[in-house]
Design a protein around this ligand. Structure first.
Ligand code: GDP
Ligand code: IMO
Ligand code: MG
Length: 422
């Protein structure tokens, strides 16, 4: 029996999709625990690329069951599109996908409110998928859950109540066009036909699976620094991508978790607004973006790029309890003569003891760098650690030592095969 949590350790897009796929053959069940269709997880098998937003990346491996936990917010249209896409590509979904009855639904008004919020002065740079407004309704106890699809009479009442309330805000506060409740009803009252078969009591399902000796990988979306509590608030997502979120997000108790695995990009990226101490502006950032093909898997937006931040990783390791990590996109650094790593932050001339999460402090800190020689060699065909250039090994040892984690997987390209296991 083993239950492991896999977390994005930076600001998302670390390569979680690829690594879940790699680890997938070692687990019986992969369970997604938070976020929604704001996520974009890429898996490349042979020459074919798959981008998944809601369904765990384990679905691409035969014999693995996949769970979408209560902590996930589900856009039913996006879910059905993803199911049909997978089925059209020959992957079996029916009988392998289990969706928590308690997961909340993204409604059309959530996306409208997300877009209205983003047009004002307090922009976060969201993905526009209605994530924040959906979690607001959940915590305001006004949300509509997957299980509500089963009772059409009650569902209609809830939708009418919510649309009426949101329309008042949309019209009177924002002076925007009201939503047509009849269109929303028609769409949402029809979802039970296809979705009912996946609805599951997930905590009971996982409890039995664990008792039966099955192993579970809990897949996080986003990354630790986008966590609503521990991230760079308010430039965060509205859920808990950190490992603690896994227990709440699927209903597995902390006593069952045996390990936490971090996914770490060999440099740093971030999409959307917010502080980014090691960001490279200008040509250097542009070059990293080009080499790493750093464009959002969900929105296509260019990702901001910068140096590896070991000070940030230390914080991420601490709040997640990360023991071992997979380092991804190491190949992207192969063009550089020299590579910088941030090892500390200074504020007002003093070294900081701990990572500051307030924007005002993060905007004023000075990153302290150490410069390492690059390797200037194509490493994408290397499959054994011993065969890596000495400069690459030194880089790996340096970031691992300064971040306090042990490296157990090294990814040197987007494909399944471009992986070195230690
Ligand atoms: P996720 O959200 O954490 O699953 O990551 P994304 O899929 O959004 O972004 C990671 C991107 O990097 C995808 O395009 C992957 O195909 C790609 N990728 C993953 N690992 C590697 C790697 O080791 N090298 C390179 N060059 N690309 C990688
Ligand atoms: P994966 O799982 C990177 C960012 C958005 C924005 C902030 C809030 O692919 O790593 P939201 O739409 O969640 O309200 O946006 O969070 N963000 C991500 N950045 N990877 C993601 O997911 C992200 N999901 C949300 O860009 O800054
Ligand atoms: Mg992504």
């Amino acid at each position: 029996m083993s239950v492991s949590v896999l977390v994005g350790s930076q600001w998302g897009d670390e390569g979680k999709g690829k690594i879940v796929d790699i680890l997938g053959d070692r687990f019986d069940i992969v369970a997604r625990y938070q976020g929604g269709a704001n996520a974009g997880h890429t898996i490349v098998i042979e020459e074919q690329q798959f981008i998944l937003h809601l369904i765990p990346s384990g679905i691409l491996r035969d014999g693995i069951d996949c769970v979408i936990g209560n902590g996930v917010v589900i856009d039913p249209k996006a879910l059905l599109e993803e199911i049909h896409f997978l089925e059209n590509h020959g992957f079996k979904v029916k009988g392998r996908l289990f969706i928590s009855h308690n997961a909340h639904l993204i409604m059309p008004y959530h996306k409208v409110i997300d877009s209205i919020n983003e047009s004002g002065d307090n922009k976060v740079g969201t993905t526009g998928r209605g994530i924040g407004p959906c979690y607001i309704d959940k915590y305001d106890r006004k949300g509509i859950r997957i299980i509500d699809l089963l009772d059409k009479v009650e569902l209609e009442k809830k939708i009418r109540r919510n649309v009426d309330e949101k329309n008042k805000i949309i019209k009177n506060v924002y002076n925007k066009e009201e939503l047509d409740v009849e269109i929303i009803l028609k769409e949402y009252l029809s979802y039970n036909e296809e979705i009912t078969q996946y609805i599951t009591d997930v905590p009971a399902f996982l409890d039995k699976a664990i008792k039966d000796g099955k192993s579970v990988l809990m897949e996080g979306a986003q990354g630790a620094l986008l966590d609503v509590d521990h991230g760079t608030y308010p430039f965060v997502t509205s859920s808990s991508p950190t490992s603690g979120g896994a227990c709440i997000g699927v209903g597995v108790p902390p006593t069952k978790i045996s390990s936490v695995f971090g996914i770490v990009k060999a440099y740093t990226t971030r999409v959307g607004l917010g502080p980014f101490p090691t960001e490279l502006l200008g040509d250097e950032g542009e070059a990293l973006r080009k080499w790493g093909a750093e464009f959002g898997a969900t929105t296509g937006r260019p990702r901001r790029c910068g140096w590896f931040d070991a000070f940030l990783l230390n914080y991420s390791r601490m709040i997640n309890g990360i023991e071992r990590v997979a380092i991804t996109k190491l190949d992207v650094l192969s063009n550089l003569d020299e590579i910088k790593v941030c090892i500390a932050y200074e504020l007002n001339g003093k070294r900081l003891e701990s990572f500051p999460t307030t924007v005002s402090q993060l905007e004023r800190i000075v990153p302290i760098y150490q410069t390492l020689p690059g390797w200037k060699t194509d490493i994408t065909s290397i499959r054994k650690y011993e065969d890596l250039p000495v400069e690459t090994k030194n880089y790996l040892s340096f970031i691992s030592e300064h971040s306090g984690f042990e490296i157990s997987i090294i990814s040197v390209g987007p494909k399944r095969s471009q992986t070195i296991e230690l």
